[in-house]
Design a protein around this ligand. Structure first.
Ligand SMILES: NC(=O)c1ccc[n+]([C@@H]2O[C@H](COP(=O)([O-])OP(=O)(O)OC[C@H]3O[C@@H](n4cnc5c(N)ncnc54)[C@H](O)[C@@H]3O)[C@@H](O)[C@H]2O)c1
Length: 390
C-alpha cells in the first residue's frame, strides 16, 4: 500500500490521546478523527491534539470508507459493540483491554475478524517494552532453561479511598471483575508472553475492602481526580461488589507454577507491575517502574546482574530505540506495540492466524485468552476451587 493509512480514535479520556500520540510518533498513519460522547469536550480534545475532525456520531465514522483503522479506547462494556461495528464496516481494529466482558463476546470478535480478514490487536502495552521483549526472546531461545516458576504483582493505589470513584467500579461499564480485568489482564498477558507458557488453571481469592464508595455526580477522567482517582464532589453512596484486590495462583500446561497479587488499593504503589520468570538455568525479572533494566539471575559464576537497555536490546529491526542512558517508558512501549500491527496492514498481508501474529503483537485471540482468564478467576473465587481456562 503506497498511501498513508487513516486512523480514527474512539475515546478521548485518559488513554485515547496516548493512542493518538503513539500512532503519530510511530509514523504509522494519519490520525484523522476523534470520537467521544460529549460534542464540546471531544472537539476541545481534538483541537488540543491537532486532530482535524471530532464527532460523537459513531455510525458516520464507520460509514466513512476512507478510514482504515479504528482504535477503541472507551470503557470496557462498549468495546464489543464498537469493535463489531468497525470490523463489519471493513476496518482494522485496535481494542483496549479487556477485549470483552464475556468469553462468548470475545470469541465472537475473533471469529468476525477472521471472517472479514481484518487485522485486530489488543493494547497489552507491556509487551511493547524493549526489556520485556528481550526477556521473551531469552525464554524462547532457551536461555532460561525449562521455565518452572512465574510470579509477580500489579499494584496501584488510585482506588485506595472510598471517595475514589471511576466507571471501572460499576459492573455495567467495567464488567463483573475490576482489578483483575483492568490490570490483572495485563499481568496475565505479559506472563504468558515472556514465559512462553500457557495458563491451564487458576485458583483465585478476591477481596472487596470498600463495599460502598462515593459516586460523584460528574464523571472524571481516569487518574485525574484528587489522589489519582476519579473526580470527587457532590454525589451518593453506592454498593460496590467488584474486587479491590486479588491473590492468584496459576498452574501452567507442562507443570510450571505461578502466582500474582493484583491490587488497586496498595498505598504508595502507582503502577507497580513486576514479573519474574525462573527457569532451570536462569531467572529474568522486570519492573515497570524501572523499565530500562532487566534483572538476570543465575546461581553459578556468571552471577546476577541488572542488564541496562541498549539500543539493540530487542534485535528487532526498525525499532527506533534511544541510546543507552536515555530512558524510554510507557509512551514508547505503546508506540512500539503498534508497529508490527500497522506494518502488517501496510504491507497488505492478510491476517495469518493467531499464533504467528501473536509473536509480533497481541491479537484479538490473545485478548480473548485474557477474557478467559478473568472468567476463570471469577469462577474460581465463586466456587473456592481451581478453575480451567478452556
Ligand atoms: N493499555 C493500557 O495500558 C490502558 C491504560 C488505561 C486504560 N486502558 C483501557 O482503555 C479504556 C478506556 O480507559 P480510560 O482510562 O481512557 O477511561 P476514561 O474514562 O478516561 O475515558 C473513556 C472515554 O471514552 C468515552 N466514551 C465512553 N463511551 C463511549 C462510546 N460509546 N463512544 C465513544 N466514546 C465513549 C468517554 O467519553 C471518555 O472520553 C478502558 O477499556 C481501559 O481498560 C488501557
Amino acid at each position: 500500500m503506497n498511501r498513508l493509512l487513516r486512523t480514527a480514535v474512539i475515546g478521548t479520556g485518559f488513554v485515547g490521546p496516548h493512542h493518538v500520540d503513539a500512532v503519530r510518533r510511530g509514523g504509522y498513519a494519519e490520525v484523522v478523527a476523534m470520537v467521544g460522547t460529549d460534542a464540546a469536550r471531544t472537539a476541545a480534545r481534538a483541537r488540543a491534539l491537532g486532530v482535524p475532525a471530532a464527532t460523537t456520531d459513531v455510525s458516520a465514522l464507520m460509514a466513512d470508507r476512507s478510514i482504515d483503522v479504528v482504535h477503541i479506547c472507551t470503557p470496557n462494556a462498549s468495546h464489543v459493540e464498537l469493535a463489531r461495528a468497525a470490523l463489519e464496516a471493513g476496518k482494522h481494529v485496535v481494542v483496549e483491554k479487556p477485549l470483552a466482558l464475556t468469553v462468548a463476546d470475545a470469541e465472537g470478535l475473533v471469529g468476525l475478524a477472521n471472517e472479514r480478514q481484518r487485522h485486530g490487536a489488543v493494547a497489552f502495552t507491556y509487551r511493547g517494552y524493549p526489556m520485556v521483549r528481550q526477556a521473551h526472546a531469552m525464554a524462547a531461545k532457551g536461555d532460561l532453561g525449562e521455565v518452572r516458576l512465574v510470579h509477580g504483582a500489579y499494584l496501584q493505589d488510585w482506588l485506595l479511598e472510598a471517595s475514589d470513584y471511576d466507571w471501572r467500579v460499576e459492573p455495567a461499564a467495567g464488567g463483573p471483575s475490576r482489578a483483575v480485568a483492568d490490570i490483572g489482564s495485563h499481568w496475565f498477558d505479559t506472563a504468558e508472553f515472556v514465559s512462553g507458557l500457557r495458563v491451564d488453571t487458576v485458583m483465585a481469592d478476591l477481596a472487596t475492602f470498600m463495599t460502598t464508595r462515593h459516586r460523584p455526580t460528574s464523571a472524571g477522567i481516569t487518574f485525574q481526580g484528587p489522589g489519582g482517582g476519579g473526580a470527587a464532589g457532590p454525589g451518593e453512596e453506592v454498593v460496590v461488589e467488584s474486587e479491590d484486590a486479588a491473590t492468584l495462583m496459576v498452574r501452567f500446561a507442562g507443570g510450571g507454577r505461578g502466582s500474582a497479587v493484583v491490587s488497586q488499593v496498595s498505598p504508595g504503589h502507582k503502577n507497580a507491575f513486576s514479573l519474574e520468570v525462573s527457569g532451570a538455568r536462569r531467572s529474568v525479572g522486570w519492573r515497570q517502574e524501572d523499565p530500562n533494566h532487566l534483572w538476570i539471575g543465575s546461581r553459578g559464576q556468571e552471577g546476577s546482574a541488572l542488564l541496562p537497555r541498549a539500543p539493540q536490546a530487542t534485535d528487532e529491526p526498525g525499532v527506533p530505540a534511544l541510546p543507552a542512558g536515555h530512558p524510554e517508558g510507557w509512551s514508547e512501549a505503546l508506540r512500539d506495540l503498534f508497529r508490527p500491527f500497522y506494518a502488517a496492514i501496510s504491507s497488505g498481508e492478510p491476517p495469518s492466524g493467531e499464533h504467528a501474529e501473536a509473536q509480533r503483537y497481541p491479537t484479538l485471540a490473545d485478548g480473548a485468552r485474557a477474557v478467559r482468564f478473568v472468567d476463570a478467576v471469577l469462577r474460581s473465587a465463586r466456587t473456592g476451587t481451581w478453575a480451567a481456562l478452556d
